[in-house]
Design a protein around this ligand. Structure first.
Ligand SMILES: Cc1cc2nc3c(=O)[nH]c(=O)nc-3n(C[C@H](O)[C@H](O)[C@H](O)COP(=O)(O)OP(=O)(O)OC[C@H]3O[C@@H](n4cnc5c(N)ncnc54)[C@H](O)[C@@H]3O)c2cc1C
Ligand code: FES
Ligand code: FES
Length: 466
């Protein structure tokens, strides 16, 4: 039995726990406002808000319901477009009308949900923030200009209407319905613990599983790890950052600790999927999925991370660069869960950088991605960790290139010689994301880009890139 709030209604259902939330909403509850288009988390037409209890109140995030497992909404508040509708259009809906932000209307509920979700989750409204909030919503009709106009109307009106963005102010100005007032009390009465299941398929946010095998997931008794409290924490301890594998990309993006540990990392998150997917995609899922181009996988390899694997209370620690054994083969035995990830907190002498090249700059998977961290002292490289994705069957940690760089003076000749080593450590193949030669070129260029971003002294690096 799964219990949650759907709009203003308390739900207790024995529907299959592996059912996609959108199927439950549309088929079981006959709420047809959330649209089914891609069923792969790509278009945002099925976007809903999912609110959960936090110390400071209910925290709402936008997610794509087509790939949200029903079991993951236990004890939460799910808001569809129907749950935002009132007698009159809300100011967000009205802005979409006034800005000519809608034509066929198929994408519109998703946009309205994402825009309203933004108002529920921010303290101040900016154009950059509003546009960022709809980075996972696609419209095939309007060319986006009308939607941008609507966003501008919303920004102006919210600035005038709401000096403080609180739930009660949003209710009083009719941005959201009255029943939101009662949600904290009603949610408090529903347990948040996910149903313990005997399944063997570990389930994070579902953003890989529900794209790769949606129909079998419907039938699957999965083992949800998404909301395990011990896997949702982040801490710094004895010079290390240690965090639970069920933290999502969005959780880390918002984490003040993570910002301190990895300053200037905001640009990286913007290169990772969309707001909705970042809110669902766990770091554990990214690592275990073992995609050769997993962005967080490459990032964490370059931080020389370790992973903590748990089974029935027993734990073992493994260097992440020993986790990948072959294409989609990992050192994870039956019943083991990736519980935590840890890495040494970079010091002031550490240079960390991440690059990603994809066919589309945003909301696309990488053709090649590259990350590095190296420590410099008097222009000497003390330690170097490099990882590159998309150039082999596994996310590639560049052992030999990193070893070569250790103890070397940072200089054009060093970089040139390192490229020769890098070239024999990678094995790209031609596929939809580019030819093998193109990926080899990208790997070289992104390697040089690490030094361009981090250099403390002038290097003539342009000449090295051919
Ligand atoms: C539209 C879209 C865009 C995307 N864009 C990007 C992108 O830009 N960059 C990127 O890197 N990825 C991207 N992805 C892929 C995906 O979002 C990530 O790989 C994500 O981190 C997977 O996490 P999850 O929790 O959703 O995994 P799930 O689908 O829940 O699980 C993935 C795998 O990991 C296993 N698993 C999950 N958690 C654990 C655990 N704690 N212990 C053991 N096993 C576990 C599952 O059994 C499964 O095999 C995208 C996906 C979609 C749908
Ligand atoms: S239907 Fe496209 S994201 Fe869900
Ligand atoms: S208005 Fe038709 S898809 Fe956006």
């Amino acid at each position: 039995m799964i219990s949650f709030l759907l709009n203003n209604q308390t739900i207790q259902t024995s529907a299959p726990t592996g059912m996609a939330l959108l199927d439950f909403i549309r088929k079981d509850r006959q709420l047809k406002g959330s649209k089914l288009v891609c069923k792969e988390g790509e278009c945002g037409a099925c976007s809903v808000l999912i609110g959960e209890q936090k110390a400071e109140g209910i925290f709402y995030q936008t997610m794509t319901s087509c790939i949200t497992p029903l079991v993951n909404v236990q004890g939460k508040h799910v808001v569809t477009i129907e749950g935002l509708n009132m007698e009159k259009l809300t100011p967000v809906q009205q802005a979409m009308v006034d800005g000519y932000g809608t034509q066929c209307g198929f994408c519109t509920p998703g946009f309205v949900v994402s825009l309203t979700g933004y108002l529920l989750s921010t303290a101040t409204v900016s154009m950059e923030g509003i546009i960022g909030a709809i980075d996972g919503n696609i419209c095939r009709c309007t060319g986006y200009k009308g939607i941008e106009r609507a966003a501008e109307f919303i920004r102006t009106q919210v600035t005038n209407d709401l000096p403080q963005l609180t739930v009660s102010n949003l209710i009083s100005k009719k941005y959201i319905p009255d029943y939101f007032k009662e949600i904290p009390n009603r949610l408090a009465a529903i347990p948040t613990v996910q149903k313990e299941q005997k399944g063997t398929t570990k389930l994070g946010g579902g953003t890989d599983l529900y794209v790769q095998r949606p129909w079998t997931m419907y039938e699957t008794e999965a083992l949800p790890v998404y909301d395990r409290p011990a896997m949702k924490q982040i801490e710094s301890k004895e010079g290390h950052c240690i965090f639970g594998a069920s933290l999502t990309m969005g959780d880390l993006y918002r984490s003040e600790l993570f910002k301190k540990v990895l300053p200037n990392s905001e640009y990286i998150f913007k290169l990772l999927s969309s707001t909705q997917i970042r809110n669902m995609a766990t770091i554990g899922g990214n690592l275990v999925n073992a995609s050769p181009i997993g962005d967080f996988t490459i990032l964490l390899l370059a931080l020389d991370s370790k992973i903590i694997i748990e089974k029935e209370g027993n734990r073992r620690t493994l260097a992440l660069n020993n986790f990948y054994k072959g294409y989609k083969q990992i050192d994870l035995k039956e019943g083991e869960i990736l519980e935590k990830i840890q890495f040494k907190i970079p010091s002031a002498a550490t240079h960390f950088h991440f690059e990603k090249v994809s066919q589309r700059k945003y909301f696309d998977i990488a053709s090649v991605n590259f990350a590095s961290s190296f420590n410099l002292k008097n222009d000497l490289i003390q330690e170097a960790h490099l990882a590159v994705g998309g150039v082999g069957p596994i996310p590639t940690y560049l052992h030999r290139t990193g070893d070569f760089l250790k103890g070397k003076l940072i200089h054009e000749d060093t970089i040139r010689a390192a490229i020769d080593i890098l070239n024999v450590e990678i094995f790209p193949i031609s596929d939809a994301r580019g030819s093998a030669d193109y990926k080899r070129l990208l790997a070289r260029q992104l390697f040089v880009a690490q030094f361009m971003a981090n250099q403390e002294k002038e290097l003539e690096l342009e000449k090295i890139i051919d």
